[in-house]
Design a protein around this ligand. Structure first.
Ligand SMILES: Nc1nc2c(c(=O)[nH]1)N[C@H]1C(S)=C(S)[C@@H](COP(=O)(O)OP(=O)(O)OC[C@H]3O[C@@H](n4cnc5c(=O)[nH]c(N)nc54)[C@H](O)[C@@H]3O)O[C@H]1N2
Ligand SMILES: Nc1nc2c(c(=O)[nH]1)N[C@H]1C(S)=C(S)[C@@H](COP(=O)(O)OP(=O)(O)OC[C@H]3O[C@@H](n4cnc5c(=O)[nH]c(N)nc54)[C@H](O)[C@@H]3O)O[C@H]1N2
Ligand SMILES: [Mo]
Length: 815
């Protein structure tokens, strides 16, 4: 039997064809390769056709769109999805992926039955088992691991599959009650650390309502693939451009957004923090900073003690006890020290002696920190002319400027440094908290409110909450049997809502770690890179097959009614978690029905304030929650930020590594923006920063970009979308291709010490020389050989443990 996932692309799979046929012959129907998840959709002959029922749903996955849609059903079959109207035209949207749910729900790679591995891991041989057998086997083994090795012997890992509250969040209840390890997927951690530490987190994310873009004069798309990774959001950028905003794109590669830009700034990879610090240097030198914002809205006037790097507080002056009442003080021009409320105009600069404490304002420390980054020095690092850096700084400071930072800079080991640096620029120039000035775009815009309150359900007071470990550190921890100094014996992994072996860095390290795992369970909708390696596969329903609530990112609360019955024996995560909870002897804690769960979740003040309850939602189908009074910009309005100090923080007095595994760090350096070159992707010798050893051996930086046709690996077997883009292609700048004798259409092998991938090549002058680009989200069977995730490294900075996909160098040869 041929694995049908590949057939729909019109090619014979390389490894599975003969093996599968032999298996069929040898063992008949006892087990099949690729057979159990094939969907057979037959219409019920007894029914009259054509009567269409329309329900509502929200498209999931992590494209950051969460578009509400209408789901059309005939004769119990999903036949179409279409967009839902919205009173704000730019929010009315559906994309080519949203329009193809029919092909997702009836996809040939859908998992239909619980499966037990019947061959070697990853071999694709399966035995169909019942749900009862699956749950009993998992729970019996889990209990024995718990008994022998403790609750931390089981680890759960999740990410981007389905963020609705009955899926990813509800599963957390199970592992919190079991005391299991939670693996932090460590995607985008540098982005979120830098931004949240600097300006706090608004209701759901880090930035403004997209409507605020329409008042911007300058839009900085910084490492952001606006038109591909955020194309449903791009309507706002387009409209802002029509209204006169200038679009500036900072990216190593000439992206489609760059082709629409007023200015394209091709930057050397991994150097964005330097550009941001240099722009700040210019803004300070040319007096373009925002005094009012610095004084009232940031930590600028706070006095940093030379002795310990902490802010001067009342307790240091003997005016309060240490603790909650102990407030930070500032200094007036007359030398008076007091609370910010007592001192009308605090000084922003200077070093002083205050009752035996030598202190300097936080702003002065920032000014000193960016002193070295003259545009001329930054030009050497970033490969951008000094005059351009000055021009960018002037535009940014003039405003109103909206920053649309993407995750490009996040994907290097030094990633967080950019986000801390750029937020210092945003704060010092006051480009935040007012019309047209703030954080936005697909990556930063507010996801608006979710309205569900399930904290008590997800984190029950009687839970045991096991340790959280960052994914890049997990393979080593599994192999070593310890995490830092803590002994750790992970015997079972439960992966759901994540295609771990398709999307984590350094796949080969994960495959080696799996050899130490006794029981690998994967709950997914499809047979993919990860479920293929499982010992037990649990088939999960597509979300339109379950009764659920979800919030669109355009402010529509949706009753996502079960439009059709789950295919085969698939079940929602909610039901699976309840079965596992009961199997683990916690029947009393996993007895909520879906209806009870959603009723409880929406029974809260916030939901009531917008007229939302589970019953009302079920009656009405969907409810618009945006009101004229809904705030449109999230941070910095009236100089207030949702941080500990209530101010924008470019100086961090409590700086510490996110994953503390006992590694040393320089507190003084990390308290303010700083830069070091990426680990591998540093290809040049600049005085003070010699080329990386890895780049001396492997001269090309290997990066990826989001394609419109997939969300990570989701939709990757969708025939309609495959018609538009049928296979992975790695692109080369003409110089790099010529040097290697590579032409468009050639098959190339991309390799380094960690692994290789064999794919087709194309020449693209839009690439920065020395940078390769592949479209993200392909899986093992899509490559001619190898896997692109075998190339990337799981090394990350000591401060933020993050998956640094692009901090990866390679060589390429024609096959
Ligand atoms: N090379 C490279 N790799 C990258 C990146 C990159 O830029 N380059 N980007 C990274 C980033 S930023 C991210 S966020 C990650 C995302 O990484 P993942 O979270 O692994 O992304 P997906 O491929 O979307 O995997 C989600 C899985 O959830 C399944 N699923 C869908 N609905 C449900 C459900 O209701 N229940 C369950 N149990 N499963 C469901 C889907 O079938 C799919 O297999 O990828 C990372 N990987
Ligand atoms: N269609 C689609 N949309 C998605 C997703 C998807 O899988 N598919 N995934 C969603 C998720 S989880 C995420 S995290 C976001 C990601 O959103 P983006 O980060 O906007 O998406 P990418 O395509 O990874 O784009 C990274 C950009 O950074 C550039 N870049 C690479 N290196 C550098 C550098 O050193 N400096 C600068 N300035 N730029 C650099 C790349 O050329 C590219 O244009 O997209 C979301 N939207
Ligand atoms: Mo992401």
């Amino acid at each position: 039997m041929v694995e049908s996932k590949n057939l729909c692309r019109g090619k014979i799979p390389r490894r599975t064809f003969l093996k599968g046929s032999a298996a069929m012959l040898a063992l008949g129907a006892a087990w099949l390769e690729g057979g159990f998840w094939l969907s057979k959709v037959t219409a019920d002959p007894g029914k009259t056709a054509n009567e269409e029922v329309i329900t509502y749903g929200v498209c999931r996955g992590d494209c950051l769109g969460h578009c509400p849609m209408r789901v059309h059903v005939r004769d119990g079959h999903l036949v179409k999805t279409s967009k839902l109207s919205h009173p704000i035209p730019e929010f009315e949207r559906i994309c080519q992926r949203g329009l193809t749910h029919v092909q997702r729900i009836y996809a040939p790679d859908r998992l239909l039955h619980p499966l037990r591995r019947a061959g070697k891991r990853g071999e694709g041989k399966w035995e169909q088992i019942t749900w009862e057998e699956a749950i009993a086997e998992i729970c019996t083994k889990w209990k024995s691991y718990q008994q022998e090795f403790g609750p931390e012997s089981i680890a759960f890992s999740d990410c981007a599959g389905n963020s609705a509250i009955d899926s990813r969040p509800y599963t957390k209840r199970l592992f919190n009650l079991m005391g299991s390890v939670r693996i932090d997927n460590s995607f985008d951690n540098s982005f979120f650390s830098g931004i949240i530490d600097s300006v706090g987190e608004s209701s759901w994310s880090v930035g403004d309502d997209e409507r605020n873009l329409l008042s911007a004069k300058y839009i900085f798309a910084w490492g952001s693939n606006l038109t591909e990774a955020g194309h449903v959001h791009y309507a706002f950028i387009n409209k802002a451009k029509d209204l006169g905003a200038k679009l500036i794109v900072i990216d190593p590669n000439y992206t489609i957004a760059a082709s629409k830009a007023d200015k394209f700034v091709p930057i050397r990879p991994g150097t964005d923090a330097v550009l941001a610090m240099s722009m700040l240097h210019v803004a300070i030198a040319e007096k373009l900073t925002d005094k009012e914002m610095l004084e009232r809205g940031t930590v600028a006037p706070f006095l940093v003690k030379e002795s310990d790097g902490m802010f001067l507080r009342l307790s240091d002056l003997g005016r309060a006890e240490k603790g909650a009442a102990d407030a930070i003080v500032v200094r007036g021009a007359d030398g008076q020290i007091g609370l910010p409320s007592e001192i009308a105009v605090p000084v922003l600069q200077g070093t002083f002696e205050v009752q035996g404490h030598r202190v300097t304002t936080a702003y002065d420390l920032l000014v000193e920190r960016v002193q070295e980054w003259t545009p001329e020095r930054a030009a050497e690092i970033c490969d951008i002319p000094a005059a351009t850096i000055r021009e960018l700084a002037r535009m940014y400071a003039k405003g109103p400027t909206t920053l649309c930072a993407g995750y490009g800079p996040d994907h290097y080991a030094n990633g967080q440094q950019f986000y801390y640096a750029v937020m210092a620029l945003v704060l010092a120039t006051g480009q935040i908290g007012r019309p047209g000035a703030g954080l936005n775009g697909h990556a930063m815009s507010s996801f608006l409110e979710n309205y569900a309150d399930i904290d008590d359900i997800v984190t029950p007071p009687d839970g045991k909450q096991g340790p959280v470990i960052n994914a890049p550190l997990v393979p080593e921890a599994i192999k070593a049997g310890k995490y830092g100094d803590m002994p750790l014996n992970i015997k079972s992994l439960y992966v759901y809502d994540q295609n771990l072996l398709g999307n984590q860095t350094h796949r080969t390290a994960w495959l080696e770690a799996l050899e130490h795992i006794d029981l690998f369970v994967v709950a997914d909708v499809t047979m993919n890179d990860t479920s293929r390696y499982a010992d037990i596969v649990l088939p999960v329903a597509h979300y339109f097959e379950t009764d659920t609530y979800d919030m669109s990112y355009s402010g529509v609360a949706v009753y996502n009614a079960k439009a059709v019955e789950p295919l085969g024996e698939a079940k929602g995560d909610f039901e699976i978690v309840n079965m596992l909870g009961c199997g683990m002897g916690m029947a009393d804690k996993f007895s909520l029905s879906r209806d009870e769960f959603f009723r409880k979740a929406l029974d809260n003040e916030k939901a009531r304030a917008v007229g939302l309850s589970w019953e009302k939602l079920k009656q009405e189908g969907y409810i618009y929650t945006l009101k004229p009074e809904t705030p449109i910009y999230m941070h910095g309005a009236k100089y207030e930020f949702p941080t500990d100090t209530k101010r924008g923080e470019f100086y961090r007095e409590n700086v510490a590594p996110v994953a503390d595994v006992g590694k040393a760090f320089d507190k003084k350096r990390e308290a303010l923006p700083c830069w070091n070159p990426p680990y591998e992707a540093w290809q040049v010798d600049v005085p003070g920063f010699p080329r990386s050893e890895a780049a001396a051996k492997y001269p090309l930086v290997f990066t990826s970009k989001r394609p419109k046709f997939r969300v990570h690996t989701q939709y990757s077997s969708n025939p309609w979308l495959l018609e538009l883009w049928k296979e992975p292609v790695v692109t080369f700048h003409p110089h790099d291709a010529e040097k290697r004798g590579i032409r468009t259409g050639d098959v190339v092998k991309i390799f380094n010490d960690r692994g290789y991938v064999v794919v087709k090549a194309a020449i693209n002058p839009a690439n920065r020389p020395g940078v390769l680009v592949i479209d993200h989200g392909w899986q093992k069977d899509d490559f001619i050989d190898g896997h692109y995730s075998d190339l990337s490294s799981n090394k990350s900075d000591v401060m933020v443990t993050n998956n640094a996909f692009f901090d990866c160098v390679v060589e390429a040869v024609k096959q």
